[in-house]
Design a protein around this ligand. Structure first.
Ligand code: CAA
Length: 383
């Protein structure tokens, strides 16, 4: 693997840096305090091509490889994880999954809107009673003529209140466990689908996280994505790539923590010199820098494997596991460098820590990633 960026990849990274400086950085604190990112950001993300990365141009995509996708999600994560999450879900979990599994008709129906930012997508897998044990979900889709009638509740759905379409996972046959699960593309204005914003989150406060309730929601059979009973494979394949983009976002958090802590250490004086002179502060900075590099290398390896058509699921779990834990450590170490100022939101460390904390939970907890890695090592499944 060549670790030097191509001209094209370096240009995409610069584009993302400029975008963050111009469109995100000036608003981060306000959006966090208001618990709402300005929705206009979606259109801007679409215009600059960030919602179409890796998607074919014939469906409105902006092409590019998975390393470019990682570079953009890292930069967005460095700016604001709430914005990075919009891309990771609407593009990463929904558009890329439609591109991989959809019929020609489904791709033409949904991809141009999702890649341009005209539509927002959300991923309806988690339920109040099924988080890690996703294959045990209880939302039901019952066949009725040419339609399915869906009933159930989804929770912790990123982009939930903003979304125009939900990639919904529901049990449509009596086959046991994950084998009875199918995937559907459901417009969120379908009668019977209601949404409620979830407030009171520790971090990602600007993100539109929601509960979705489906009561007798009628969905045409043509909305099924992939064959009946293949829904869990659809979800797992989406998450395998999704975990890479979460890892890239975590690299962004850790890099932001490093940048802020190094700058502050060079300005703040204690004991007659800047705190950068103090060896224990240097140790904190060094620990953050190591986490940044290691997390980035693990993440880039996943992108490289995907782009070369090699298996990547276990490597993606490793990257997500390490990078999410590293982001929490890095933000916490940065906060320590800032001292008391780190504890108030005029300085960035507190928000970075709050935003990082969920990364060890969503798209598969750290414990689930360890079990995926352990299963690959031993050939024995804990599930
Ligand atoms: N691509 C395609 N198919 C795949 C696949 C992949 N990468 N990985 C697995 N599959 C298929 C398997 O081939 C198998 O198919 P068959 O039954 O047809 O053979 C099926 O999926 C089941 O695979 P496993 O045996 O690996 O599945 P499991 O039941 O052992 O999985 C688990 C257990 C790994 C714990 C899984 O349930 C899991 O990942 N849980 C965590 C759930 C999760 O990450 N939730 C995140 C919610 S979404 C979110 O957070 C988004 C957001 O809004 C931010």
């Amino acid at each position: 693997m060549n670790l030097e960026l191509s001209e094209e990849q370096a240009a995409v990274r610069q584009l993302a840096r400029d975008f963050v400086e111009r469109e995100i950085a000036p608003h981060v604190v306000d959006w966090d305090r208001a618990e709402e990112v300005d929705r206009g950001i979606v259109k801007k993300l679409g215009e600059v091509g960030f919602l179409g990365l890796t998607i074919d141009e014939e469906y409105g995509g902006s092409g590019g490889d998975h390393l470019a996708y990682c570079l953009v999600t890292e930069e967005l994560g460095r700016g604001d994880s709430s914005v990075r999450g919009i891309v990771s879900v609407s593009l990463g979990l929904v558009a890329k999954t439609v591109a991989a599994w959809g019929s020609e008709e489904q791709k033409r129906r949904w991809l141009p809107g999702l890649t341009s930012g005209g539509y927002v997508g959300c991923f309806g897998l988690t339920e109040p009673g099924t988080g890690s044990d996703a294959g045990n979900l209880s939302t039901r889709a019952v066949r009725d003529g040419d339609d399915y009638v869906v009933n159930g509740t989804k929770t912790f759905i990123t982009n939930g209140t903003w979304a125009d379409v939900v990639l919904l996972f529901a049990r449509s046959t009596d086959a046991p466990g994950h084998k009875g699960v199918s995937a559907f593309l459901v417009p969120t204005d379908t009668p019977g689908l209601t949404r409620r914003t979830i407030h009171g989150k520790l971090g990602l406060r600007g993100q539109a996280t929601a509960e979705l309730v489906l009561e007798d929601v009628r969905v045409p059979a043509s909305a099924m994505l992939a064959p009946e009973g293949k829904g869990f494979s659809v979800a797992m394949s989406a998450l395998a790539k999704g975990r890479m983009s979460v890892a890239a976002g975590c690299v962004g958090i850790a890099q932001a923590a490093l940048d802020a802590a190094v700058t502050y250490a060079g300005e703040r004086e204690q004991f007659g010199k800047t705190i950068a002179h103090h060896q224990l502060v240097q140790e904190l900075l060094s620990d953050i820098a190591l986490d940044v590099d290691a997390a980035r290398l693990l993440t880039w390896r996943v992108a490289d494997l995907i782009d070369r058509g090699q298996p990547f699921t276990v490597e993606s779990s490793k990257a997500k596991l390490f990078a999410s834990e590293a982001a929490v450590r890095a933000a916490n170490n940065a906060l320590q460098v800032f001292g008391g100022y780190g504890y108030i939101d005029e300085y960035p460390a507190g928000k970075l820590l709050r935003d990082a904390r969920v990364m060890t939970l969503y798209e598969g907890t750290s414990q689930i990633q360890k079990l995926v890695i352990g299963r690959a090592l031993t050939g024995v499944s804990a599930f």
